[in-house]
Design a protein around this ligand. Structure first.
Ligand SMILES: Nc1ncnc2c1ncn2[C@@H]1O[C@H](COP(=O)(O)OP(=O)(O)OP(=O)(O)O)[C@@H](O)[C@H]1O
Ligand SMILES: Nc1nc2c(c(=O)[nH]1)N[C@H]1C(S)=C(S)[C@@H](COP(=O)(O)O)O[C@H]1N2
Length: 212
């Protein structure tokens, strides 16, 4: 975890109530980044956000190799320079030697948000027994005047929708809620824009007192 002095603990985060959500999408794959196959990670993140978000948003994308320094640099640039509110990574969360996305994320983060990793593994276990192999984390990077939530998704492109959206039961209710249901309120709390979702894809949950 990076030096806590990055965040000024008493400083209010930048208020972003009425601007578009800025999202960073980072696909981390040795083979996709050198062109062995076409990257499917960024399109999957884009398409899911497009289906789920009803309020305005913008996307900044990066395709990089499983290289810790490159991942850290991309995350820092997306938060500090591009001023993303939310950064979604895909790939590099497993146990292979080249999988270093969680280490890079925690190295540039100010605080971990353990619920995201826990919930994503719970969701993924409904789809694949190897879900326990993902070391994915969620974390905040907090600057004096801006903050972002960073979440790691597995590299398998199908996992992107599964973890963000969760699993619907036959009655249409969420059998296992996707992690995105908690993201709008998390963004409220860290000073990001107030975002809205399409209930049929992802019903955002906010306490009554936080609804507008
Ligand atoms: N960015 C991507 N675009 C398309 N398919 C991908 C991508 N990342 C992973 N996959 C697919 O998901 C599978 C599992 O992903 P995993 O992250 O374990 O790949 P990997 O073995 O680490 O290799 P690499 O980092 O070169 O993608 C891959 O074998 C590939 O079929
Ligand atoms: N939803 C979902 N989660 C998943 C998977 C998947 O196919 N779907 N693959 C698992 C596997 S096989 C691995 S090794 C880990 C890490 O994958 P990564 O290195 O591509 O991030 O994610 C796990 N989580």
């Amino acid at each position: 975890m990076s030096d806590q002095s990055l965040a000024a603990p008493t400083a209010p985060a930048e208020t972003g109530a009425s601007r578009p959500l800025r999202v960073g999408a980072v696909s981390i794959s040795d083979r996709a980044s050198r062109g062995d196959y076409v990257d499917a990670g960024i399109p999957a993140i884009h398409d899911w956000l497009d289906s789920a978000l009803s309020s305005p948003w913008q996307l900044e994308t990066r395709l990089i190799a499983d290289d810790r320094a490159a991942i850290e640099a991309a995350l820092i640039e997306l938060v500090d320079v591009a001023r993303c509110d939310l950064v979604i990574t895909t790939g590099g969360t497993g146990p292979s030697r080249r999988d270093v996305t969680p280490e890079a994320t925690l190295a540039i983060a100010t605080r971990e948000m353990p619920g995201f990793g826990e919930q994503m593994r719970q969701i993924s276990l409904q789809f694949v027994p190897t879900a326990i192999l993902s070391r994915q984390v969620g974390a905040l990077r907090e600057l004096a005047d801006h903050a972002a939530l960073i979440i790691n998704l597995p590299g398998q492109p199908k996992a992107i929708r599964q973890t963000l959206e969760g699993l619907q039961a036959r009655d249409g209710k969420a059998a296992v809620p996707g992690i995105f249901a908690a993201i709008p309120y998390c963004l409220d709390l860290i000073g990001g824009p107030y975002i809205e979702t399409r209930d049929e894809v992802c019903a955002a949950f906010r306490p009554k007192s936080a609804r507008r």
